[in-house]
Write a protein that binds this ligand. Structure first.
Ligand SMILES: Cc1ncc(COP(=O)(O)O)c(C=O)c1O
Length: 330
């Protein structure tokens, strides 16, 4: 008799809806089909499209024989990390002068969220405080809840965001949920181009949100997966994050370059952390703490072709907005 597999009790899991849709799309032979699932750049013929500037840099890299495949520092390519943080916080952010910004190169935006969640679970509001409430917008990107659950958090809650009747932001509900959240709760905030509603607070509304969060000692964990998509301008789309920094918040910002650079399968991301001012030593999260998490998660950050090309792209096109103007989105 064949021995039972040791894994025979592993339960089935439902497919991830958006990837199931892509698989169904591929399998469908109807010539009129249109894929409204994963939001990725496409040509008029529905073929994947690589940004011209990305192609240009890739060619440069291919011809650069000084590059090699040595291991990187654990936290990633230093130029990439600091460029990414500058994209989030702004070139002139006083936070850089005060040395209170840190960055960790990550496997896409998901990797940034995950190591950020790991960090918070280990060292935020006590140690291993799995009871800290995590608030996720209702609705939100489907993976947010799971990332925080898998990092060990036990109390995942929804905050009101979308008013279906008004077809817009439920500001009143959102502010009430902020008011009623236990102090030190963690709020995952979409930096711009909220997924899936596409509705963002106005600057005035962000100010109200920040006011309550400051008063109630709530932690802002920004998820910035679409910087450039809301307005066509990287700086405008970072307004909320930069405003929170200007208000003295300590915060995390998970950055994904999957969408804005069209680098989906290269897994290019960064986690920016910004600490408080006026500390004698550096106010950012101590790098050894991050190294500990990265070392047991993916060991050493990846230098993908694209994280190099992403960094080089900025050197090539020094004004970030240029990239988006080239695409006609500005
Ligand atoms: C809101 C949001 N956050 C994070 C991500 C993850 O990005 P990445 O593919 O870089 O891991 C996505 C991807 O769709 C997203 O929509």
């Amino acid at each position: 008799m064949a021995a039972r597999s040791i894994f025979s009790a592993v339960p089935q899991a439902p497919p991830v809806a958006v990837f199931k849709l892509t698989a169904d799309f591929r399998a469908d032979s109807d010539p009129r089909k249109v894929n409204l699932g994963v939001g990725a750049y496409r040509t008029d013929d529905s073929q994947p499209w690589v940004l011209p500037v990305v192609k240009k840099v890739e060619q440069k890299i291919a011809n650069d024989h000084s590059l090699n495949h040595e291991y990187l520092p654990i936290l990633g390519l230093p130029e990439f990390r600091s460029s990414s943080s500058r994209i989030a916080l702004g070139e002139d952010s006083p936070a850089f002068k005060d040395d209170r910004v840190g960055g960790v190169q990550s496997l896409g935006g998901t990797g940034a969220l995950r190591i950020g969640a790991e960090f918070l679970r280990r060292w935020y509001n006590g140690t291993n405080n799995t009871a800290t409430p995590i608030y996720i917008s209702s609705p939100s990107w489907e993976n947010h809840n799971a990332v925080f659950i898998d990092a060990g958090f036990k109390d995942i809650r929804a905050y009101r965001y979308w008013d279906a009747a008004k077809r817009g932001l439920d500001l009143k509900g959102l502010l009430e949920d902020l008011e009623n959240a236990p102090e030190h709760s963690i709020f995952v905030l979409h930096a711009c181009a909220h997924n899936p509603t596409g509705t963002d607070p106005t600057q005035e509304e962000w100010k109200q949100i920040a006011d309550v969060m400051k008063r109630r000692f709530l932690f802002a964990f920004f998820d910035s997966a679409y910087q450039g998509f809301a307005s066509g301008n990287l700086d405008k789309d970072a307004w909320a994050v930069r405003y929170f920094v200007s208000q003295g918040f300590e915060l995390f910002c998970a950055q994904s370059f999957s969408k804005n650079f069209g680098l989906y399968n290269e897994r290019v991301g960064n986690l920016t952390d910004c600490g408080k001012r006026h500390l004698i030593t550096s106010a950012r999260v101590p790098p050894p703490r991050w190294r500990r998490i990265v070392r047991t998660t993916w060991s050493i950050s990846a230098v993908t072709r694209s994280s190099r090309s992403w960094f080089a792209t900025l050197t090539l096109e020094p004004t970030p907005g240029v990239l988006f103007r080239m695409n006609g989105n500005d």
